[in-house]
Write a protein that binds this ligand. Structure first.
Ligand SMILES: Cc1cc2nc3c(=O)[nH]c(=O)nc-3n(C[C@H](O)[C@H](O)[C@H](O)COP(=O)(O)OP(=O)(O)OC[C@H]3O[C@@H](n4cnc5c(N)ncnc54)[C@H](O)[C@@H]3O)c2cc1C
Length: 386
């Protein structure tokens, strides 16, 4: 149990959930923690190697069933996201994009042949997937996407480009969303198809232990069976985002917990004015407020996870979780940073890395503003954005 768990929220988990959590925690301790500061500094990550290890543990497409996927509960998947993000948000992003975006899109909307072709290989980490919705000129408003799909005989021709695509530089397949005459379609696009080119986006100051790319599609010719037959309209990619956002609700708590645990240990040993920082009332006020927010965030994540497992989770409820937990995790990371003083900005401690990562997490999968608008629409019945 973490010292942050003042309310013994652990007791709300069952044995299997606790066991999955310890397995992932151990993996992160062994395979991520010793290296992640270096990956972050170099802006590189051994994504293929990690994907295979995560695949061996059943973490890829973990909450999906069949096709080699583990078929775990939403809560178990959430706990795995939390532990992965306690290592690094970029490492959790690798798993989220693979499982909740790319695999989920194929699992939910793909043909049987597409599922057989991609899912078992993606579940083991032999194949890596990415999810292309955002474009250079269309982020929060994907309905105005410029990427086009048109029929040419039996084939499809895709033209346009996708931007800020996690895993793209290392991916084998991209789920690409494009507008055709009749509406938005999804396609499973092998990235070695002629006309597809991927450029890695460098110089990110956030999520540096995650590979991000731009995908250019220059009249890419695809056979008819590249189309995801079940996906009609923008509702399809948005449903995938709801899946991934649920993982983020949990994941952000992992980054925050790591900041809090690091800060508690630091404040207990660092002395100024003849006593440990932890003994100052102002420090304790900060620690207490952060622990309270963390506990509230965990309760929220667990409630949403239980709703998901009961098949009752609605998108605006996920917006509540994503808005709150990422915002609070970022606030916790920044506050922890103050307690570490100058050491707070050092890469020798994980705090600044988590804080920088959470800036991306705040923006991707729907910015905070977009989640406020989703919640606002639910409260008022009026859409302020669509
Ligand atoms: C590291 C990283 C990885 C990513 N990975 C992926 C990926 O794998 N796949 C993918 O498809 N995308 C990915 N994204 C893209 C991400 O989803 C978008 O950045 C996000 O949706 C916001 O779009 P934008 O950056 O174009 O910002 P914009 O849409 O231009 O928004 C800019 C600002 O304006 C605000 N805003 C926009 N519209 C409104 C409105 N109506 N009312 C009030 N405020 C508004 C936004 O909230 C934001 O604060 C990733 C982004 C990052 C940073």
């Amino acid at each position: 149990m973490t010292p942050v768990d003042l309310l013994d929220l652990d007791s709300l988990l069952d044995d299997e959930e606790r066991q999955i959590r310890s397995v992932v925690r151990r993996l992160v301790d062994d395979r991520v923690r010793p290296h992640v500061a270096d990956w972050y500094e170099r802006g590189q990550v051994p994504a293929r190697e990690l994907a295979r290890e995560f695949g061996r543990l059943g973490l890829l497409g973990m909450h999906l069933t069949g096709y080699g996927c583990a078929g775990s509960t939403a809560v178990a998947y959430g706990l795995a996201c939390l532990e992965l993000e306690a290592g690094d948000s970029g490492v959790r992003s690798l798993v989220s994009v693979q499982g909740s975006l790319a695999m989920y899109a194929i699992w939910r909307y793909g043909s049987e042949e597409q599922k057989q072709r991609w899912l078992p290989a993606m579940a083991t980490g032999e194949a890596i997937g990415c999810f292309g919705l955002t474009e250079p000129d269309h982020g929060s408003d994907p309905a105005s996407m410029a990427t086009r799909a048109r029929r040419d005989g039996d084939d499809w021709l895709l033209h346009g480009g996708k931007m800020w695509i996690t895993n793209a530089p290392v991916a084998d397949v991209a789920v690409i969303w494009a507008r055709a005459e009749e509406g938005v379609h999804g396609f499973a696009v092998p990235l070695d198809t002629p006309g597809v080119s991927v450029r890695e986006i460098r110089r990110k100051m956030s999520l540096r232990a995650s590979l991000t790319g731009e995908i250019a599609l220059d009249d890419v010719r695809l056979p008819a069976d590249a189309l995801l037959p079940g996906a009609a309209g923008l509702k399809a990619p948005l449903s995938c985002l709801t899946e991934a956002r649920h993982g983020i609700v949990w994941g952000a708590l992992g980054a925050a917990r790591d900041c809090l645990e690091t800060t508690l240990a630091y404040a207990g040993t660092r002395t100024q004015f003849g006593r440990p920082l932890a003994g100052f009332q102002l420090t304790q006020a900060k620690l207490a407020d952060m622990a309270v927010e963390w506990q509230k965030g965990f309760l929220l994540a667990l409630h949403l996870g239980r709703l998901a497992d009961a098949g009752r989770l609605r998108p605006e409820q996920v917006s509540v979780g994503k808005l709150n937990n990422v915002r609070e995790a970022l606030a916790i990371a920044r506050q922890c940073r103050t307690i570490l003083g100058a050491n707070g900005v050092s890469g020798e401690y994980p705090i600044m890395r988590h804080a920088n990562n959470l800036e991306s997490v705040l923006t991707y999968e729907g910015t905070s503003e977009i989640h406020q608008l989703v919640i606002g629409q639910r409260l008022t019945g009026l859409s302020a954005f669509a």
